[in-house]
Design a protein around this ligand. Structure first.
Ligand code: HEC
Length: 488
């Protein structure tokens, strides 16, 4: 018996103090699936299919379909109808985790019942607005991470292990580009994004982001630019590198994506490197979206440029693992996709100086099913435009700017790793008014790029390849309800 325990037994004061505490349930440390199995399954069924209590995965709700209504049902119960109140035994965090769990189970049941397109070679897929084929451009790559196009039509591809590859007329050149930076290739780290300067026909600049190795096996996302000459990366300049003491040893959450604003600025993102609290700390670069001049200088009008102790390149903060950044082709707004924990993947509209909330607010819970927080909103913190709960494991995003799929013009295309899907999002007035799953289950989607030739390029992992969506003219677009249509 521990001393503390003996004290509470022998001292009446301590006993009453701990009883008072027991009235406010603390978050449990067990998996939400166990909580469900022990407290809910005997009435709602082990698979949530319903028994004495109603089915919780059929998308019909008597007491409200939104998260808060479901949380209220669990918290307050419906005593007369036989649903006990759990506010006395479950913490708000546990109740939030149960809501996420119910959402996950419902989505799993729905996706089992929905015939999502799984495009095979040369087989046309009908979607709501266009029919397309998914055509392989090149295989033979090792974990491609990012795709960009040179003005002459050649394609650059980063491989996570640290190689920059060139694809010329559909042929992967055998030799990687020499002279790119050494990368920390562990966990999620490696050579990450590649971007070609919008004026590169004149200036030749190619931008790379990567996990830069630091002391004691630590790493942080860093940014360089350089030029391609005779198969080499030359004239390299470091544009962003954090002080060595800010590097982190975790193998996760490096970000990162680039986007140019066409006015001389470069945006890039860095994940929180597995240290949640860093995302709220303005003296650290991780868990942020940054803005610099294209040559690395800090714009004087950055939101924290004048603040003592703040990293001057920070544009927004409270971002968990932003792996997608894209600029709206008409409004110029900056949109970001952010990989959440279990639940709580986000699509955000990034505005300068704003706090996007991680980890203070989130729609997710811990990967192991233990609760995190019940706070999904707070004064002074931005709400996502959309959150995906359950998670799709959102990765990259790009607006379609080509003309081969005219009805997709300016739609946002979003890739997902775990759910292996590409979604089309229609955005109007800063809101997502429509979501469609274009296809699923042909590989983990790592990058999505609107190509200069009007095709939509996709980098897949497992199996590794670059493919593109090309119009399939012979097939009439599906009318009415399309396959895989999802609610926003
Ligand atoms: C003793 C049986 C019983 C247990 C235990 C129980 N429920 Fe229920 N639950 C019910 C019944 C009966 C209803 C329907 C209440 C009504 O008709 O208003 C219900 C309703 C609900 C609803 C609202 C459904 C709707 O259509 O709006 C939710 C959500 C819910 N329960 C979740 C849970 C969760 C989560 C647990 C475990 C923490 C749980 N229940 C435990 C019997 C139970």
């Amino acid at each position: 018996m521990s001393n503390a325990f003996r004290l509470t037994l022998t001292c009446g004061l301590f006993v009453s103090a701990s009883l008072a505490q027991a009235q406010a349930p603390q978050p449990s440390r067990r998996d939400v699936a166990d909580t469900y199995a022990s407290l809910c399954a005997n009435c709602h069924g082990p698979k949530l299919q319903g028994a004495l209590g109603p089915n919780l995965v059929d998308d019909t709700w008597k007491s409200g379909a939104d998260d808060e209504s479901i949380a209220r049902s669990i918290r307050e119960g419906q005593l007369a109808a036989g649903m006990p109140a759990f506010s006395g035994s479950l913490s708000p965090q546990d109740i939030r985790a149960l809501v996420i769990y119910i959402r996950e189970q419902g989505e799993e049941r729905r996706s089992q019942a929905t015939p999502f397109a799984k495009p095979a070679a040369d087989k046309a897929v009908r979607s709501e607005l266009h029919a397309f084929k998914l055509e392989t451009v090149t295989e033979g790559l090792d974990t491609p991470w990012s795709v960009a196009f040179l003005p002459d039509g050649r394609m650059l591809v980063t491989e996570k292990a640290g190689r920059l590859r060139v694809v010329e007329k559909g042929r992967l050149l055998p030799e990687p580009i020499a002279g790119t930076p050494d990368v920390w290739s562990k966990g999620q780290g490696g050579l990450l994004d590649v971007a070609v300067h919008p004026d590169s026909a004149k200036n030749g600049w190619i931008y790379l982001s990567y996990s830069d190795p630091g002391a004691n096996d630590s790493a942080m996302t860093a940014i360089v630019r350089g030029k391609l000459r005779e198969g080499r990366f030359v004239e390299q300049q470091t544009l962003f590198r954090a002080p060595a003491e800010l590097y982190r040893t975790a193998g996760v959450h490096f970000g990162s994506r680039f986007v140019f604003d066409g006015k001389g600025h470069l945006f890039f993102s860095i994940g929180e490197r597995g240290h949640k609290e860093d995302a709220q700390d303005l003296s650290r670069p991780n868990g942020k979206v940054h803005r610099i001049h294209e040559d690395g200088r800090i714009p004087k009008d950055n939101p924290f440029a004048g603040r003592e102790g703040a990293v001057a390149s920070i544009w927004s903060y409270g971002n968990r693992n932003p792996q997608g950044l894209a600029r709206h082709p008409v409004t110029g707004e900056l949109w970001e996709t952010e990989h959440g924990p279990r639940g709580g993947d986000e699509l955000n509209r990034i505005e300068p100086g704003r706090n996007y909330g991680w980890p203070v607010i989130t729609y997710g819970m811990n990967y192991d099913g233990t609760p995190m927080t019940d706070r999904t909103a707070q004064e002074g913190m931005q709400q996502p435009v959309v959150h995906w709960t359950p998670s799709i494991a959102v990765s990259a995003a790009d607006f379609y700017t080509g003309s081969r799929f005219p009805q997709w013009k300016n739609d946002l295309f979003v890739g997902a790793l775990a759910q292996q899907e590409v979604r089309r999002l229609r955005i109007e007035g800063g809101k997502v008014v429509q979501q469609e799953v274009l296809f699923k289950d042909v590989g983990r989607v790592r990058d999505v790029v609107s190509g200069p030739d009007g095709y939509l390029y996709i980098a897949f992992n497992d199996p590794d390849r670059i493919a593109r969506l090309v119009p399939a003219p012979a097939v009439k677009p599906a009318s009415g309800k399309a396959q895989g249509a999802a609610k926003p």
